[in-house]
Design a protein around this ligand. Structure first.
Ligand SMILES: Cc1cc2nc3c(=O)[nH]c(=O)nc-3n(C[C@H](O)[C@H](O)[C@H](O)COP(=O)(O)OP(=O)(O)OC[C@H]3O[C@@H](n4cnc5c(N)ncnc54)[C@H](O)[C@@H]3O)c2cc1C
Ligand code: FES
Length: 248
């Protein structure tokens, strides 16, 4: 589970968004939605930082990350051929449906784990409609991968490209049996769960703050549906069926 991986690429591909390609000695298999925990070798930063595996290219794992604070700033300064200390793949990812129709809904950097899921759903003979929302046009990344969806609806909050406003306002009614897969900020996922309360197949990836990432520190607890029930996002998730959790 612990790997030393070489950086093959680490470059800015959109405003404050980086693509990191990693290669190890052995091929790593993963489910879309699983994550890796990267050690940050900077004084004072004790906790590893979690990132979804976005997709793979040959034997390289691709991570797409947004500059947020000290950890991602350190990461953005690591050069090609340097090594990173990685734990993973961790957690439970998305379960792709077969021979069906899926709606993928992502906001900002939350679109990253959905890119590999598009490929996996296509392998399962499922058609994909992707709804992708961004703050503004310069933050759109990996356009060719977005376009690999069978249908694509793009939106920017500031209207700098395509539709204007929240992607949630562009969603049509979705059949209760259609699988919905989503990732994005807390408020975005909360609004999505409120919009589709009766869906049995609404899967959300919760990208909350984490401590250990492996079920030891209880720093990532979220409420289950029953009053005394709880779930660990790092080991029970980060992907949950919305019916399993209380995300208030
Ligand atoms: C399972 C999982 C998968 C993730 N996948 C990705 C990914 O693919 N790409 C990506 O860019 N980010 C992803 N994240 C978020 C990423 O881990 C954080 O952005 C990163 O740890 C920030 O580290 P930092 O030291 O740069 O920022 P910090 O200095 O730790 O924090 C800077 C700011 O960001 C906020 N912040 C930090 N971590 C999170 C978080 N997890 N959720 C919301 N706000 C946070 C802090 O509250 C603070 O305001 C994921 C998180 C989880 C739990
Ligand atoms: S992050 Fe430590 S238990 Fe989940």
């Amino acid at each position: 589970m612990k790997h030393t991986m070489r950086i093959c690429e680490n470059k800015e591909i959109a405003a404050d968004i980086y693509r990191l390609s990693l290669e190890g000695n052995e091929k790593i298999t993963y489910q879309p939605g699983q994550f890796i925990n990267i050690r940050i070798n900077e004084a004072g930063l004790f906790l590893r930082r979690p990132f979804s595996i976005s997709y793979h290219q040959g034997s390289q794992l691709i991570i797409l990350y947004k500059l947020e604070g000290k950890g991602t700033d350190w990461l953005s300064k690591q050069a090609v051929n340097q090594s990173l200390d990685i734990l993973g793949p961790l957690g439970h990812g998305f379960k792709p449906i077969q021979n069906g129709q899926a709606v993928l809904i992502g906001g900002g950097i939350g679109i990253a784990p959905l890119l590999g899921l598009i490929e996996e759903l296509h392998r399962q003979n499922t058609t994909v409609h992707l709804y992708a929302g961004y703050q503004s046009q310069p933050m759109i990344y990996e356009s060719h991968r977005l376009e690999s969806a069978d249908q694509l609806t793009l939106e920017t909050m500031d209207g700098s490209t395509a539709n204007r406003g929240s992607i949630l306002s562009w969603l049509p009614d979705i059949d209760v049996n259609t699988a919905i897969y989503s990732c994005g900020p807390r408020g975005f996922l909360r609004a999505l769960m409120d919009r589709f309360p009766d869906h049995h197949n609404l899967y959300v990836s919760l990208e909350e703050r984490m401590g250990c990432g492996v079920g030891l520190c209880y720093g990532c607890t979220c409420h289950g549906r029953e009053a005394d029930e709880s779930r660990l996002i790092c080991t029970d998730g980060p992907v949950f069926n919305a019916k399993e959790i209380n995300y208030d």
